[in-house]
Design a protein around this ligand. Sequence first.
Ligand code: NG1
Ligand code: ZN
Length: 531
Amino acid sequence: MAEFEEVTQKSAHHPKPVGLVLQYGTAGFRTCAKKLDHIMFRMGLLATLRSKKTKATIGVMVTASHNPEEDNGVKLVDPMGEMVTPAWEGYATELANAEQEGLLPTLKDLIEREAIDMAQEANVFVGKDTRCSSESLSKAVMDGVCALGGHCKDNGLVTTPQLHYLVCCQNTQGRYGEATIKGYYQKLSQAFIQLTKNVPNRTDDQKTLLVDGANGIGALKVSEMETYLKKELQLSLFNDGSSGKLNHLCGADFVKVQQRAPKGVEISAGERCCSYDGDADRIVYYYTDSASRFHLLDGDKIATLISTYLKDLLTQAGLDLQIAVVQTAYANGSSTRYLEDVMKVIVRCTKTGVKHLHHAAQEFDIGIYFEANGHGTVLFSKLAEEKIQQLARDSNANDERKRAAFTLHNTINLINQTVGDAMSDMLLIEAVLAIRGMTVQQWDAIYTDLPNRQLKVKVADRRVIDTTDAERRTVRPEGLQEAIDLLVKKYRRARSFVRPSGTEDVVRVYAEADTQESADALAHEVSLAVH
Ligand code: NG1
Ligand code: ZN
């Protein structure tokens, strides 16, 4: 067949380095950009097949998120804006690792196994971040799509969540929004303006926010969005990419892991600041107090703020909808205790990785999920959205209930339900703070984080560690869990766990306890037990 000849011909321009083995992990493929050309071409092929199979538009995003500038990566986006299924992650790995002469047989085998109708048309949306390597790597993706006769739309520079949004809009015939970046800005900014326009006494302080763009795509896109916000939110943008290096000493990952302010941001005491990561799907907030102490408001604090807000609105609306918060083992113990004991919401814990949280959140009427590192969003079930719409239209409902329903409706429009989104999360947090008349300090005071420490340990083979119970306990190697249990017992309010990283060749150690000294000591002792 002609298309297979094209594949053979074109793949010769994107040769695979012999022996190189890479795996489609929780964050897709991610490594040094120089090793990725063949991967990109092949992901173009795979996306085309996925599109034929699902009879829908598929997304391909070229980014390595918070990794250094020299790295790059690629992720596939399924029709409703979700991550691809585990079976297709497996195909991605198979296709990526086939040696040059094995590419065609692997491709044909996949087509047979999935019974793909090659006559079906295919549509692929491609997006890229601001890395130097992204331009040529995204061209390699498009080469792959063309080789199999698929139609390709080059969306150019977009954030990861923008690409997810575009794919979802395209496949739902505009019901989720208009499938353009302008449509994205309009949807979010209109919802934000609706939510904040009647808030009494909103001060200039509340309308101003410092944003660290991590010298990446988020900086570019947030300044595009600002004009749509009509001065209802005024952003002071730092690390906008004009001079600094991507993710270097800045961005959400740096701030969360280092627990300190990024380079290049001029913060005065009490000012509200936030940091995006390199593809703008993560956000953390922070401020410094009058004693110059740094205060971080991470994904757990964000989840708590949003769930308090939504729970109160549901009460005002008199709607009986089940609300749950999904976390991972990295969630601070204080946040879990607060959510369960004080707020009395359901809390679920899943394995690390967005897809696990996303799936768990889908089981509830309203599922709020956030990783401690600031990746997260809120999912509303169809039923929940319908009940909210109905109430907003119900002429017999009293004013308070209707107002709450309208607020919920606008809140839904403000949220990017396809994936965690720094810009959408930022607007939601800003709207909630405005509506509740809260300062960042008041938000921070909802509960106090337990001091904690994260360490990385290099081992010969991290795969010898096997975990259970949402990665909170180890089952292998023998004796390790018992050793951790004994160490944890030495400290007050302590908890610790270890797990092999899915994105780096390390074992991650997490510990929390009543004091920073204890958390540090426990993390250190547990890391010795791992060796
Ligand atoms: P690993 O390397 O598996 O710990 C990290 C983050 C995840 C998620 C993924 C994907 C931590 C502890 N882990 O996973 O939350 O963001 O990368 O990028 O932050
Ligand atoms: Zn990211």
